[in-house]
Design a protein around this ligand. Sequence first.
Ligand SMILES: [Zn+2]
Length: 59
Amino acid sequence: MENSPVSLEMGVIICRHCETEIGTFDSEKVTTYYSDCQEQQCLEGRKAVKSENNHPAVR
Ligand SMILES: [Zn+2]
């Protein structure tokens, strides 16, 4: 039985703070996006380092 969908997900979204894999998305090539997870443990950890790493993100 080949009932499982073909996975074309080659992109991965990783939390920039704790490097947890948040999710995947379809991509033509291997791509890594950094985003924020919403894990409470991670959120707490960010506050601790924010004071000494307080430059705004430039996109
Ligand atoms: Zn995180």
